[in-house]
Design a protein around this ligand. Structure first.
Ligand SMILES: Nc1ncnc2c1ncn2[C@@H]1O[C@H](COP(=O)(O)OP(=O)(O)OP(=O)(O)O)[C@@H](O)[C@H]1O
Length: 275
């Protein structure tokens, strides 16, 4: 287990404006977040707010720390022995690295969808029902059936899956498997969904479906997505954070970042000059 060293929240010098949209409710707030893998520092003094019911895209060249930051938001970095996180990260004002935090419960509140669809080797139904069952969210078969249906509908998979609920989840197409993983994440009623390049293993049609779904989901959830696709960031997100070499270069509304970025590094990246 990684050693957590929590420091007081401080705004680092030269950080981007933090509250450029002060009227938006903030769901998660990172301050002075540093991450180390052994002696190597991967993130430097990141200050970033995640606004409620918005999609925030994390962009930047390979190795800049996007996935590392994403994993800080539900303490997935705890599973990497050499990883150490310092700083302050809050969910609805509560320190998620605080002593009273139950990490299993945190990961139900802040769910995650990975790059490669990873359904359990179980039926479609069981993939969705497993989380609510272990968290004791549902009593009785009728309620579970209703929850499975609702989750699959919300993940835009119900029509394709309703006649094969007891077949293996791994028998679905890649795009359907990814929507099953989204249904599985939704089933435990998360507040935030983290997505790490959720479309990178999908073809353009499956990608379009998942992107459409992400747009619908933000009505009820707060979403943070790591993507290598500038088009995808522009299509699905309202806010974009640009990372480079472990630093947050700038953050702002997606339209501004893509049409009129403040920083040359952002301009160079979005126009394909490096990365
Ligand atoms: N488990 C790990 N052990 C050691 N170093 C790691 C580990 N995971 C990431 N790193 C290092 O941390 C830095 C940031 O990696 P990270 O995966 O967060 O970047 P990224 O922007 O998501 O990259 P990509 O777009 O290629 O997925 C890199 O230098 C990477 O080599």
């Amino acid at each position: 287990m990684s050693e957590m060293k929590i420091q007081s929240a401080e705004t680092s010098a030269g950080a981007p404006a933090l509250d450029e949209m002060p009227n938006r409710p903030t769901k998660m707030k990172g301050r002075n977040v540093n991450v180390f893998y052994g002696a190597k520092q991967a993130l430097y003094a990141i200050d970033l707010d995640i606004y409620k019911n918005q999609v925030t895209a994390l962009i930047g060249p390979s190795g800049c720390g996007k996935s590392t930051f994403l994993r800080c938001l539900n303490r997935m970095n705890d599973t990497i022995d050499i990883c150490q996180v310092t700083g302050d990260i809050r969910l609805d004002g509560e320190d998620i690295y605080g002593p009273n935090i139950d990490v299993v419960e945190l990961r139900a509140r802040v769910g995650m969808v990975f790059q490669k669809p990873n359904p359990f080797p179980k039926s479609i139904y069981e993939n969705v029902a497993y989380g609510p069952r272990i968290h004791g969210l549902v009593k009785g078969k009728a309620d579970m059936d209703a929850l499975v249906e609702r989750s699959l509908r919300n993940a835009a998979l119900w029509e394709e899956a309703k006649d094969r609920l007891h077949e293996a989840g791994t028998g679905l197409s890649g795009g359907q498997q990814q929507r099953l993983c989204i249904a599985r994440a939704i089933a435990v009623s998360p507040e935030v969904i983290l997505m790490d390049e959720p479309c990178s293993a999908l073809d353009p049609i499956a990608t379009a479906k998942v992107e459409e779904l992400i747009d619908e989901l933000r009505e009820n959830y707060t979403i943070v997505i790591v993507t290598h696709s500038m088009q995808q960031a522009a299509r699905v997100s309202q806010r974009t954070a640009m990372f480079h070499l472990g630093e947050l270069v700038e953050v702002g509304d997606t339209k501004t970042i893509f049409t009129n970025p403040s920083e040359k590094r952002t301009q160079d990246y979005i126009t394909g000059r490096y990365g």
